[in-house]
Design a protein around this ligand. Structure first.
Ligand code: SF4
Length: 145
């Protein structure tokens, strides 16, 4: 069980911040609540609960968004790329403020996914927008299903 402060996707600790407004089943996380800084990049971006889910276009993932090649869109066609960038930058600012070196993030989310995300309707290897930014800034990211 780690003792340093770590970032954790807020939904993994049972916060009602997911796109569908549902609370995730309790996870067995390798971090105690008092050592966890809960962050939801999509809430930090001002997106509402519930909200239509988002996915990547242009065959890219989070890395592609930072390279300006990939967009994030909602299922009803709204371009949310700027919101995802904004929420990720805010999450990184929180991580830096607390000297965080590690983050446990919810797998498959277009923000938090670490190894797998959705490109259109298909699961693809790659990271979400926030996870990609964290990696680029030397923060270790660990995906939690
Ligand atoms: S996966 Fe990340 S962006 Fe999605 S609800 Fe959880 S914390 Fe928020």
């Amino acid at each position: 069980m780690c003792k340093e402060k770590v970032i954790v996707s807020a939904c993994l600790f049972g916060l009602r911040c997911r796109y569908n407004g549902k609370i995730l089943e309790k996870r067995d996380l390798p971090v105690k609540r008092e050592n966890a800084i809960l962050v939801c990049p999509e809430m930090l971006a001002g997106l509402k609960i519930p909200r239509t889910p988002s996915f990547f276009t242009n065959e890219g993932t989070g890395k592609g968004v930072w390279e300006g090649k990939t967009r994030v869109v909602s299922r009803d066609g709204e371009d949310r790329t700027e919101e995802f960038i904004k929420g990720s930058k805010k999450a990184l600012a929180i991580a830096k403020k607390h000297g965080v070196k590690k983050a446990y993030l919810k797998e498959r989310s277009p923000s938090c996914g670490v190894n797998v995300v959705y490109v259109m309707d298909e699961r693809k290897k790659g990271s979400g927008v926030t996870a990609a930014l964290f990696k680029d800034n030397g923060i270790e990211v660990i995906g939690i299903d």
